[in-house]
Design a protein around this ligand. Structure first.
Ligand code: ADP
Length: 544
């Protein structure tokens, strides 16, 4: 059915009397009439053979008209000619054999007319049949029976009424079905349009999207996914973890993990052997239990990040080699400065050499930071941490001790009364590096003449190091970034305080390599508090 006919108003229904219906009804009626004729002929009840022949001819003509006329091209009402001819045929047959009761067959054209034309059809057919019944009763071969004079027309009227009611019900149901069919078709078309739109959008983006239903079958995928899948297939079993060197077992691959119902974010894999020119890095993120009512579905988004990683790596290579190249001459400069300072020199020259040495040392510290940061970012973390059960207070107190000269220069006091004897699992020199950085920052960025509190302790689960100062603190917008590489707050960058923005990033890498974490909070009323969490020894000697 086309859209136009489907959305036609119920009143404009065109299928009441389709050509097919007209022909079927007429064939049935013709069959009944011929059967009646056969019965009365066999029973020798025919009194007027001419009328019988006429009735038969009318029936045959009506049937031929019903079969041959192209009803679709004619107005609807033209079909009324068929029940009219049938009614005439019944009248003629009834006159041909008055005692056979063929008048009952008038009920068929009546039903026909009511079904095709509704109330007008009912009124016209009841009036016409009753008039024919009464008229033929007076002028025809069959005498009018006094008992039936009213009952017969009444029966025809009841029949017409019942047919009319059934017709209305049927039409109401058909209207309802038509409306529902139209609504369903519209909804289907809308869903198809949306599906096409989603497919177009998915195919236009450069990240792969693949969805699996709860049985693990692929339910949705886009072009980018198929491209990345080809790369993965070409790699065979040369699939490596984020470090680019550790091979992944099939069940550790992102697709297998997503199918297992795992949820993960930013899993990096390399397809292709190290050194291969077609090596591709793919970042995958998966969510389980997606799909609303079809919960149990999984979706995975993948992205080719090879170019980004290679660009990052080249930048690190550059930083690496520049820092390396700077370190050697710097160390030599420092050595010669120290030698020169040992000579017998005028006081002004000695002061100049001291300034040069201080700055060369600062430059060396910067270069060392940059090298360390570059190494940690390259390897994930290759800080060669060797944790052992050790006294945590020792490296912390050593850092306090080492910072005293700088603290004194800014009239800052360091309160280390909170440093308690604490046994933890640490790489002591690395932890001292962290404490050095935190206390150094507190001196650099804290208040001149201020106070720094340093402490370490343990609770039942972890060991803790805390460094707090009473300086201006860290602005709320900067707090989430202080551990980012090369981050320095706006105020600090504009000031004369030197730094590389790498100290806290390196400290965090060190603490995380211990299996711990470093956090900071800063209240507007006071300076920041840095808290380092470290593992405690367990009974078996391992870490907690
Ligand atoms: P650097 O000190 O070399 O700049 P860090 O990584 O150690 O690098 O610190 C990053 C930034 O965090 C600093 O530049 C500073 O803006 C901020 N910061 C760190 N410690 C403090 C502190 N105690 N008080 C205020 N700001 C701080």
């Amino acid at each position: 059915m086309t859209v136009a006919s489907a959305s036609a108003a119920p009143g404009a229904r065109t299928n009441d009397m389709t050509p097919g219906t007209i022909r079927t009804i007429q064939l049935l009626l013709a069959g009944v009439l011929l059967f009646g004729v056969a019965v009365v002929t066999v029973a020798s009840q025919v009194v007027e053979p001419t009328l019988l022949a006429l009735g038969l001819t009318t029936t045959v003509v009506a049937t031929a008209v019903a079969l041959l006329v192209p009803w679709r091209q004619l107005p609807h009402w033209v079909a009324a000619i068929i029940p009219a001819m049938d009614a005439i045929a019944v009248g003629l047959l009834r006159e041909a054999s008055p005692s056979a009761g063929l008048g009952l067959l008038w009920s068929f054209p009546t039903i026909w007319a009511v079904w095709a034309f509704g109330l007008p059809g009912a009124i016209v057919s009841v009036v016409a049949v009753s008039a024919a019944y009464w008229t033929l009763g007076f002028v025809g071969t069959s005498a009018l029976d006094a008992d039936l004079a009213l009952i017969f027309p009444a029966t025809i009227a009841v029949l017409a009424g019942v047919t009319y009611v059934i017709r209305r019900r049927t039409h109401a149901q058909s209207d309802l079905l038509q409306h529902q069919a139209v609504a369903l078709r519209r909804a289907t078309r809308r869903a198809q349009r949306q599906e096409a739109l989603v497919t177009d959008v998915l195919d236009a983006v450069d990240f792969g999207v693949v969805g699996f239903d709860d049985t693990g079958a692929m339910a949705i995928s886009n072009d980018a996914h198929h491209r990345l899948q080809e790369v993965r297939d070409a790699a065979g079993d040369a699939v490596y973890a984020a470090d680019g060197y550790t091979r992944l077992a099939p069940h550790e691959e992102p697709t297998a993990r997503a199918l297992d119902g795992e949820t993960f974010e930013g899993a990096l894999v390399w397809y292709g052997d190290p050194g291969s020119p077609d090596r591709t890095a793919v970042l995958a993120t998966a969510r389980a239990d997606v799909g609303g009512s079809a919960a149990g579905g999984r979706i995975m988004v993948t992205r080719d990040v090879t170019d980004e990683l290679l660009a990052l790596r080249s930048r690190e290579d550059l930083v690496d080699s520049v820092s390396h190249e700077l370190r050697t001459p710097l160390t030599s400069i420092l050595g010669y400065l120290e030698l020169a300072a040992d000579d017998d020199l005028p006081e002004s020259t000695r002061r100049s050499l001291a300034v040069a040495e201080r700055n060369a040392e600062r430059l060396l510290a910067l270069v060392t930071d940059v090298l360390a940061a570059s190494a940690t970012s390259r390897m994930g973390l290759d800080l060669r941490i060797e944790p052992a059960v050790a006294e945590l207070s020792e490296p912390v107190l050593a850092a306090v001790e080492a910072a005293q000269v700088r603290a004194h220069a800014r009239h800052v006091s360091i309160d280390a009364s909170g440093v308690e004897p604490t046994v933890a699992v640490i790489d002591a020199p690395r932890i001292q590096q962290v404490a050095d950085n935190l206390i150094g920052n507190a001196i650099k960025y804290g208040r001149e003449g201020g106070r720094i509190e340093v402490g370490c302790t343990a609770d039942g689960d972890h060991a803790w190091v805390v460094v707090r100062d009473d300086g201006p603190g860290i602005a709320a917008v900067d707090l989430p970034h202080v551990f980012d590489r090369f981050f320095r707050s706006d105020g600090v960058r504009k000031s004369s305080t030197h730094g590389s923005g790498l100290g806290l990033a390196i400290s965090r890498d060190i603490v995380r390599a211990h299996g711990g974490e470093i956090t900071v909070r800063s209240e507007p009323s006071g300076g920041p508090t840095f808290v380092v969490r470290l593992p405690l020894p367990t009974d078996e000697g391992s870490t907690r």
